[in-house]
Design a protein around this ligand. Sequence first.
Ligand code: SAM
Length: 217
Amino acid sequence: MESSIMSYERQRMEMVKTLIKQYGVRNPRILKAMRETPRHLLAPPHLRSEAYHDHPLSIGRGQTMSQPYMVAYMTEVLKISDTDRILEIGTGSGYQTAILSQMAKWVFSVERIKELSMEAQKNLTEMGYAENISFKVGDGTQGWVEHAPYHVIIVTAGSPRIPAPLEEQLADNGRLVIPVGRRFHQDMTLITKRGHELETTRKIGCVFVPLIGKEGW
Ligand code: SAM
């Protein structure tokens, strides 16, 4: 037992070294959160040995736990501060949620598949991360209007377009990151709200599972 705990910890340090050396991730708050979060506890038990590998993992229901680099990349472009209120669309395994919860004031996380949301809620509560997280089961393309506006919105599924409710629920100077494009290939897209204007920047290419909902696929 002890040796497998040690080995997960070593694997986690190696994962973070790869993020720094291979991908140039620099933000110390992201690196700290990723060094400290036991990602294997959020992976399905039969895939725990792969939890620190640099690829997505299947979490059932046709969904995935995102590649660690993608988690770090999306978090980095959002320039999160500890006073931010964040809306996350696509709770999935809860790993990205756990990272965000350590970097921001509050995380509001929406997932359309009830079983995934319940599993993530249970795990994040047991791991002690849930104190500044609110969960909802529903169509995240509609946002979560009751708690808007948000300083940061992160969408962890690929969309054919930017859902209008998410733009509307973004605070002034707020940042929204979302993979936008075709079903099997998207561009990571960063939107910054400046008054009534939206600045849009296309970043790296990526492949995410589809954002399914009224304003998605
Ligand atoms: N960050 C998560 C992780 O690492 O585990 C990513 C999970 S996966 C790439 C994307 C998630 O978005 C899936 O769990 C999927 O069910 C969810 N999803 C898709 N469309 C959604 C929608 N309209 N509202 C909320 N969640 C949605």
